[in-house]
Ligand binder design. Structure first.
Ligand code: 2NE
Length: 270
C-alpha cells in the first residue's frame, strides 16, 4: 500500500491512500506515548480529515510493531497536565477524543501493539478497532497517578460493561487481543502481517457505502450516550439535510425576495 504524505509533522505521520487517511503516532522510542505537541498535531490532522471531502475513512495507529500508543509521555507530565514547549500544562488529548467521536466519518483504530493508558482510551473512542495478535490493552492510571474518568471510563463501560470497566481500571491488568475481542473492545484480531491490509479492506468496504448513512448511524449511536451534545450533533445533521430540500430553500428565498413563503408544495408525509 503506497501511502502518500498529506502534511509533515514532528511527532506523527499523516498520509493518504485512495480516500483513506492514516494518522500514525511516530514516537516508537517511548512506545508512541504522546506529548502536548503530538496531540496538537493529531488534532490538526483530524481537523483536516473533517474538512477534506476526498477523505472517507480515517485510520489511527502507532509506528512499529510494539505499540499503538502508551498514553501520555511521563517525561512531560507536570502539575495540571502534560507540559509542552510553551510551559503550559495541558490534557489536550481529551479534545482529540471528542474530535474522533464527532468526526462525521468512520475512524478505525489499527492497534499494532500496546494500547495502554490514554492510548487505550484513544482506541476505545474510535468507531472500530482492528488489532494484531500481539496487541495488549490495559489501564495504568491508579498505578501511575492518573485516570480518565470521562470517555475512558463511561464509554468504556458502555462497551465492555460496568463490572469489566471497573476491573480494567481498578486492577490495572493487561489484556491480550483475544481477551479484548471477547469483551467487545475490539472488532477483529489478525496476525500482525495482515493488520494493515485488513484495516484497508474494512475502510474500502465502508467507502463504497452511503457517506450520509454512515454519518447518521455514527451520530445516532453516539446520541444515546452523549445526552444533549449528542442530540446537538444529530440535530445539526438534520438541519444540514433540511437545507438540501426545496422546502428550506423556499423559506430563505422568500425572505430575501421580501414575500410570504409558499410551502404549499411541501409534502406532509405520514
Ligand atoms: C507500554 C508498556 C506496557 C510497554 O512495556 P515494554 O516492556 O514493552 O517497554 P518499556 O521498556 O516499558 O518501554 C520502552 C521505553 O519507552 C518508555 C519507557 O520508559 C522505556 O524507555 P527507556 O527505558 O528505553 O528509556 N515509555 C513507555 N511508555 C511511556 C510513557 N507513557 N511515557 C514515557 N515513556 C514511556 C510500558 O512501557 C508502560 O506501561 N508504559 C507506561 C504506560 C502509562 O502508564 N501511560 C500513562 C497513563 S496515564 C495517561 O495516559 C493519561 C490519562 O490517564 C489521563 C489523561 C491523559 C493521559
Amino acid at each position: 500500500i503506497e501511502w502518500k504524505p498529506i502534511k509533515s509533522y514532528s511527532d506523527i505521520r499523516f498520509e493518504l491512500y485512495e480516500g483513506i487517511a492514516k494518522i500514525t503516532i511516530n514516537r516508537p522510542q517511548v512506545r508512541n506515548a504522546f506529548t502536548p505537541v503530538t496531540v496538537a498535531e493529531m488534532s490538526e490532522a483530524f481537523r483536516i480529515c473533517r474538512e477534506r471531502s476526498d477523505i472517507a475513512v480515517v485510520v489511527l495507529t502507532g509506528e512499529g510493531d510494539k505499540a499503538f500508543c502508551s498514553g501520555g509521555d511521563m517525561h512531560f507530565k507536570g502539575r495540571g497536565g502534560y507540559v509542552g514547549p510553551d510551559g503550559v500544562p495541558r490534557l489536550n488529548v481529551l479534545d482529540v477524543q471528542k474530535q474522533i467521536r464527532c468526526l462525521p466519518k468512520p475512524v478505525i483504530a489499527m492497534v499494532n501493539g500496546y494500547a495502554i493508558g490514554g492510548g487505550n482510551v484513544l482506541a476505545t473512542v474510535c468507531d472500530l478497532t482492528i488489532a494484531s495478535e500481539n496487541a495488549i490493552f490495559g489501564q495504568t492510571g491508579p498505578k501511575v497517578g492518573s485516570f480518565d474518568a470521562g470517555l475512558g471510563a463511561s464509554y468504556l463501560a458502555s462497551i465492555v460493561g460496568q463490572k469489566k470497566a471497573r476491573e480494567i481500571w481498578f486492577l490495572c491488568r493487561q489484556y491480550s487481543a483475544a481477551e479484548a475481542l471477547e469483551m467487545g473492545l475490539v472488532n477483529k484480531v489478525v496476525p500482525f502481517k495482515e493488520l494493515e491490509a485488513t484495516t484497508v479492506e474494512w475502510a474500502r468496504r465502508m467507502q463504497q457505502y452511503s457517506p450520509l448513512a454512515l454519518r447518521f448511524l455514527k451520530f445516532g449511536l453516539n446520541a444515546e450516550l452523549d445526552g444533549q451534545l449528542g442530540l446537538q450533533q444529530f440535530a445539526g445533521d438534520m438541519t444540514m439535510l433540511y437545507y438540501m430540500t426545496d422546502e428550506a430553500q423556499e423559506g430563505g428565498k422568500a425572505f430575501l425576495e421580501k414575500r410570504a413563503p409558499d410551502f404549499s408544495k411541501s409534502p406532509r408525509l405520514p
